[in-house]
Design a protein around this ligand. Structure first.
Ligand SMILES: *Cc1c(COP(=O)(O)O)cnc(C)c1O
Length: 405
């Protein structure tokens, strides 16, 4: 804890991350072997399309898909997936995007799957068409979306179906892909945070997804600015063509055949809509190395450690007046164990909201989870905490909650 960070050196406050893999505060810690590989990548040259072809092979292997691609984050993957669905192998449409005049541009999404991240679909030029209702929250027993609603929404204007994979999403992905395949409409799945378990790498492809997107900077612990797209070869090819640097002299343009089949194309595309979403060789290499070591990890061991840490945090806080810590997410494989701490502000020194604000204003800043403040609950997630940081968090939280008792 006492060691100076590079952020301290720059005069920028350091953060102790007790909130889990949140992009706002830097995501996760990159694996040491990935950092080392990035350092080596930084000082030598490579053709990026060759590196992407290698990535495609590895991603295909891991996910059981035809091909894969590395993007600068899962959200960039969604934008590129939409661009691929819109343009296919037509260099004219690639050049036209995000203008979608004259082409099918609707992406159908169950209303309850909408998130802030789907702005990426619109950034590619697509228009999102919501289906279903929000009845679920009324407690009537009605579903959020019926399969026929998706079926009826498909028309000649449809470019794709967007699906967000979460434990609570409905209908099942296989139901949606079955409908979509009748109309030859691709299904794009946002599974950014659905790792581990590693079986999820192949699960959505098996369920018929055409493209699946994962974040490289969450549990995989690759660089923050990486994501993975896995899926159909023709769509991945379209992504490559709209993303790779295309300032190419036509006569000598020889992209790797595993990634791009030039015979399918009328000519060399221009710089595409994905060009601003560049992925450097360092990030690409970092992700590939991180992905391989993520696959070798024993996720049960990590989970066991987080569970023990969570139990320790809970027992350190339970005797404080007005404070009720509970273990959360421990038995669901896809949710990291954490502690949900309810604060009764009438009995305590401050409210959960006041505590979160005060912790963030300290030096170093302490970030605890603030997703449930409306229930007077803050959360402590041990995933990104080193041993001395864990003690620091317990210490700081205790100190605020016992201040004037
Ligand atoms: C984290 C997340 C994203 C964005 O991932 P990045 O790699 O940060 O771009 C998109 N969708 C969902 C559901 C997420 O949880």
């Amino acid at each position: 804890m006492s060691e100076e960070t590079v952020y301290d050196e720059l005069g920028v406050p350091s953060v102790v991350n007790a909130a889990g893999t949140k992009t706002r505060i830097g995501g996760s810690r990159i694996r040491p072997d990935a950092v080392e590989a990035m350092e080596r990548a930084a000082t030598e040259f490579v053709r990026l399309s060759d590196l992407q072809a290698k990535a495609s092979e590895l991603i295909a292997d891991v996910t059981g898909s035809q091909a894969g691609y590395v993007t600068c984050g899962a959200d960039a993957g969604l934008l590129l997936a939409a661009a691929a669905a819109l343009a296919g192998d037509d260099p004219g449409v690639m050049d036209q995007l995000p203008d979608t005049d004259g082409i099918p541009d609707e992406i159908i999404m169950p209303r309850t799957h909408r998130t802030g991240y789907d702005h990426a679909f619109r950034a590619a030029g697509a228009t999102i068409v919501d289906v279903g209702t929000n009845d679920r929250v009324l407690g009537t027993g009605a579903t959020a979306v019926e399969p026929w609603e998706i079926d009826r929404a498909i028309s000649e204007r449809t470019a794709a179906i967007g699906y967000v994979q979460k434990p609570y999403t409905e209908p099942a992905l296989s139901t949606v892909t079955e409908i979509a395949s009748e109309y030859d409409v691709p299904v794009i799945v946002d599974a950014a945070a659905e790792l581990p378990p590693t079986e999820n790498f192949s699960r959505f492809i098996e369920d018929g997804a055409d493209l699946v997107v994962f974040s490289g900077g969450k549990a995989i612990r690759g660089p923050q600015t990486t994501g993975i797209v896995a899926g159909r070869r023709d769509l991945v090819e379209s992504i490559a063509l709209q993303h790779l640097d295309m300032h190419a002299a036509g006569e000598v343009w020889q992209p790797p055949a595993e990634l791009v089949d030039i015979d399918r194309l009328d000519g060399v595309p221009r710089q595409g809509i994905g060009r601003p979403l560049k992925v450097g060789k360092e990030e690409l290499v970092g992700l590939l190395v991180a992905l391989e070591s993520f696959l070798e990890d024993d996720h049960d061991v990590a989970r066991g450690r987080w569970q023990r840490d969570a139990a320790r945090i809970a027992s350190a806080l339970e005797s404080i007046r007005g404070v009720d810590p509970a273990l959360d997410g421990g038995d669901d494989d896809s949710v990291a164990p954490q502690v949900a701490v309810h604060v009764d502000s009438a009995a305590s020194t401050c409210s959960a909201t006041e505590l979160v604000r005060a912790l963030r204003a300290e030096s170093p800043r302490v970030f605890v989870g603030a997703d449930r403040l409306d229930e007077d609950v803050f959360t402590i997630n041990p995933m990104c905490l080193g041993a001395s940081e864990l003690d620091h968090v317990i210490d700081r939280v205790r100190s605020h909650l016992t201040a004037s008792q």
